[in-house]
Design a binder for this molecule. Structure first.
Ligand SMILES: [Zn+2]
Length: 313
């Protein structure tokens, strides 16, 4: 198989860019498809052309999860190609009822920000910032969608990739694995620099927050057994030696968790108060990932019996 081609599109917030991948061979596949902007649509067409293809040649689009920075350009790609769209079964609602799903997400996030003690103004800032990633993606032709689940194999580039559900970044996060070649499209589940466990509504308990960082640690442990050598992440450069990256991130999580405990014991008992201490440089724009990391550290500390209750309870 030819190497997947990394296509970097503009994101504009937090990470400078988001990746999609063009996988040559049959069926010609695009993994994820960036944020929906005019600039990105032009850029995607240009970059595909640089490799001798056209958008109309794309036969399949694989979606890793429902975040707008990964599904944004779907409507344009569907309009300009006959591609089949393969997406996780768990995110079907995001294509059938996008506005409703997005409204529910905003409601959940607002509740979460007030629960963790973030001032209203800061919560508004975060909301504004999240909205920059684009509004709900509306697709017209649902008959072109096929939904997959854990353990299914998907063909791209003349070879089979196993779809694995690896929650942590979000409950419905999927990655695509080729175990024999020790390589994986990791999406946002394993990123080259820092982890991004975003707290969301627990899919098994309506209205409850999930334990995103705990979930991510379980997914990391699952990956470590695979000894992966090539990772195609959702953001940042392609990298090798997944276990080294995971170990580095685990060590940092452990260190920051203990820092969090120190602040908690010193009387800083809301996420916002701890955030002020642990992310002093990131007040404007608000450090979105910092918020989620602190909730995660507190969840871990609670599970280990080191603190009595977490903010989300
Ligand atoms: Zn992303």
């Amino acid at each position: 198989m030819q190497e997947p081609i990394r296509i970097e599109l503009s994101l504009g917030v937090m990470f400078p860019s988001v990746n999609c991948y063009l996988v040559p061979g049959a069926p010609l596949t695009l993994v994820d498809c960036g944020v929906n902007t005019v600039e990105n649509w032009t850029l995607l067409q240009q970059k595909i052309a640089e490799h001798g293809y056209k958008v109309s040649d794309i036969e399949q689009v694989l979606i890793t999860h429902e975040h707008q920075d990964h599904i944004g350009l779907l409507p344009q790609i569907m309009e300009h190609s006959k591609a089949i769209i393969r997406a996780p079964k768990a995110i079907e609602g995001w294509f059938r009822r996008p506005e409703e799903m997005q409204a529910a997400l905003y409601t959940f996030q607002e509740k979460l920000y007030s629960q963790v003690g973030f001032p209203k103004e800061m919560a508004e800032n975060i909301k504004h910032w999240v909205a920059q990633m684009g509004t709900a993606t509306r697709v017209k032709d649902l008959s072109r969608f096929e939904f997959f689940e854990e353990g299914e194999y998907i063909e791209m580039g003349h070879t089979q990739w196993e779809a694995l559900n690896t929650p942590g970044h979000c409950p419905s996060q999927f990655v695509f694995l080729q175990a024999a070649e020790k390589r994986m499209f990791s999406s946002d589940m394993l990123l080259p620099i820092a982890p991004m466990p975003i707290v969301s509504e627990d899919p098994t308990q309506a209205g409850q927050t999930n334990r995103a960082l705990k979930d991510l640690l379980v997914s990391f442990a699952r990956l470590q057994t695979l000894n992966l050598q090539t990772i195609y992440p959702g953001h940042g450069p392609i990298f090798s030696d997944a276990n080294a990256v995971i170990e580095r991130q685990l060590a940092r999580i452990e260190m920051r968790k203990m820092e969090c405990l120190k602040w908690y014991q010193a009387g800083y008992t809301t996420v916002y108060a701890i955030h002020q201490k642990m992310y002093p440089y990131h007040q404007v724009p608000p450090n979105f990932s910092g918020l989620h990391m602190i909730i995660g550290y507190l969840d871990l500390l609670r599970a280990e019996g080191l603190i009595e209750k977490t903010i989300a309870q």
